[in-house]
Design a protein around this ligand. Structure first.
Ligand code: MN
Length: 228
């Protein structure tokens, strides 16, 4: 019998609305440029295919209501996104079966060091330092799919200090949630505990210490996060 040489890190979790259970986070996948207006604002042709994904660390997911402004950036941006949580997975999942793996949904923020990301794009380097900073994936509670039904449309909005910065509809995603699950499963073995950040609409922009971000998605309530 072997023992850990030191205590293993705590299991990252997301709480569940109207439940005492916790959702254990295994992996965090994020799609890039999944709303046409955001692709255009970042200088890209929205019809470019196929989609691409990057990852954050599971313990970047936080539910504290706070976001600590990260080091090495003077241009940290908000990206409001719907999070899809999976209770099962597999490989080569047919798009017609993808919905069956959905456990629930939450409101997330893909906080991004935009200046570092621009530098990494320019140098052809990986994006991790721009995307996987500590606390870079604030989330609301999860809402069970059995309560919400499948969500493929509805208003998504982010306000900063009360002013609307991002607003769109989930139906404006270039790649649907089902398509994202199916395509991801061609590249990775998806499993219970995986979450997908499903992309952000136009209007991304910088935050400053003291700002209050207020996200909402129709049917999923609200997420309030203060920049510390
Ligand atoms: Mn994003």
């Amino acid at each position: 019998m072997s023992e850990f040489s030191f205590a293993p890190a705590p299991q990252p979790v997301i709480s569940i609305a109207r439940s005492t259970q916790l959702f254990p986070v295994r992996r965090v996948y994020c799609i890039g440029r999944n709303y046409a207006d955001h692709a255009v604002e970042m200088g890209h042709d929205p019809k470019t295919s196929p989609p691409f994904f990057f990852q954050k660390n599971p313990n970047n997911v936080t539910e504290t209501g706070g976001f600590i402004y990260p080091s090495h950036s003077n241009d940290v941006h908000h990206e409001i996104e719907m999070i899809v949580a999976l209770h099962s997975g597999g490989t080569n999942i047919d798009v017609s079966q993808a919905d069956t793996h959905i456990f629930g949904y939450s409101i997330g923020l893909d906080m991004t060091r935009r200046d570092l990301q621009a530098e990494m794009k320019r140098l052809g380097r990986p994006w991790e330092a721009s995307k996987a900073a500590e606390g870079s994936a604030p989330t609301s509670q999860l809402h069970l799919r059995e309560e919400t039904g499948l969500i493929n449309s509805g208003r998504i909005e982010l306000r900063v200090n009360g002013e609307i910065k991002q607003e769109s509809d989930l139906s404006m995603m270039i790649w649907t949630v089902s398509e994202q699950i199916s395509i991801l499963s061609e590249y990775y073995e998806l499993a219970a505990g995986d979450i997908i950040m499903t992309g952000t609409p136009a209007g991304v922009g910088p935050v400053q210490k003291g700002d209050v971000m207020h996200g909402s998605i129709e049917g999923l309530g609200e997420l309030t996060v203060t920049v510390d």
